[in-house]
Write a protein that binds this ligand. Structure first.
Ligand SMILES: *Cc1c(COP(=O)(O)O)cnc(C)c1O
Length: 235
């Protein structure tokens, strides 16, 4: 049996995600391209996956100039404040905004560059001490503070679920995220349009799509296993 091609794999996951998210009107696939080479990334972009997720600033910048210009790159990994300068104007979105210091620096650098930088607020919905993300209890206040800054716009929420063997275990957490998303969206806060709910990775994306993700972030499902696990935290 021959290997499925990347293009076939993309079509397969599009169909699966489309079916799982049908009652919500569909969910977009963000192709997570950490450790993936530029030629392969550009094949995915040509196949229509124009939203890419990278989690390390250095790795992204090393590939940026060779990417298909149709690509919109989202930073999805933990972002150090001192690296904001390098990505403002070079990414379409930061999905991992989770602290005031980072929000202030993103806004300051974006204002200086004459742009508005779209951001998602990362929520530590599983309350895992080793993970980034805002605590649920602090979420509404944090969204308000971030949305008040002139250089960033709060487009929605993002979450990384606890790693579990059976994705059904985290279904209640996806549901909680959808609840927060709708509550904050319905508040109609200025500068916080809340149109993106980014949750679900290769192992749990079907459950995430069923529970109302508007975007799932797929790495291994599309590109195969990565060489190592050292890249998870980003930086
Ligand atoms: C690596 C990564 C993903 C994709 O993970 P897969 O299991 O390969 O689908 C999604 N989100 C974040 C924040 C990541 O770091």
């Amino acid at each position: 049996m021959r290997n499925t091609t990347l293009e076939e794999n993309i079509a397969l996951w599009r169909e699966r995600i489309g079916n799982a998210s049908a009652r919500w009107g569909g969910a977009e696939i963000c192709a997570v391209t950490k450790t993936v080479d530029v030629d392969t990334i550009n094949r995915a972009v040509a196949a229509g996956l124009t939203t890419l997720g990278e989690n390390r600033v250095q790795e992204y910048l090393s590939k940026a100039d060779r990417l298909d210009p149709a690509a919109h790159v989202h930073l999805i990994g933990r972002l150090q404040t001192n690296k904001v300068r390098q990505i403002v104007g070079r990414v379409a979105m930061v999905q991992s905004l989770d602290r005031d210091e980072l929000a202030a620096e993103m806004s300051r650098r974006a204002v200086a560059a004459g742009i508005v930088l779209p951001a998602l607020i990362e929520v530590n919905i599983g309350r895992e001490p080793q993970k980034g993300g805002v605590d649920e209890d602090e979420l509404p206040a944090f969204v308000r503070r971030a949305a008040a800054l002139p250089g960033i716009r709060i487009d929605g929420l993002m979450a990384v679920m606890p790693f579990v063997d059976d994705p059904e275990e985290v279904r209640p957490l996806f549901r909680r995220m959808r609840g927060w998303f709708e509550r904050l969206r319905d508040e109609d806060l200025p500068n916080a349009p809340m149109r993106v709910l980014s949750m679900g990775m290769s192992g749990d994306c079907i459950v995430a799509a069923e529970e109302g993700a508007t975007m799932v972030r797929l790495g291994r499902a599309l590109f195969g296993e990565r060489p190592s696990k050292t890249e998870i935290q980003g930086g």
